[in-house]
Design a binder for this molecule. Structure first.
Ligand SMILES: [Zn+2]
Length: 95
């Protein structure tokens, strides 16, 4: 059995992910965290901005809601709802 390590989303980076960039996505019958990417401490800025651009370009279907991009402290093996949202960090990167 090997443990899968989630890595930073930057193609050139091999660091383990420290942050998860995601937004709450809900529709008529579902509500989940839509993941846009993972980042190490060095690449949180570029990964966050890239996620923001993709989120803003997305056109939700009628009845779908996608909230603003959020940063969570990523911890291997934790469920989405257990992840801690890092509001203070988001303020630094939001455009
Ligand atoms: Zn990285």
């Amino acid at each position: 059995m090997s443990t899968t390590h989630v890595r930073c989303s930057m193609a050139t980076c091999r660091e383990a992910a420290t942050y998860k960039i995601a937004s709450h996505w809900s529709g008529g019958s579902f509500s989940e965290l839509k993941t846009y990417g993972f980042a190490c401490a060095d690449h949180l800025g570029p990964v966050f901005r890239e996620a923001e651009e993709r989120q803003q370009a997305y056109r939700p279907s009628p009845g779908e809601t996608i909230e603003e991009i959020a940063i969570y402290r990523f911890e291997q093996g934790k469920r989405d709802r257990q992840l801690q949202r890092l509001w203070g960090l988001e303020e630094n990167y939001r455009s």
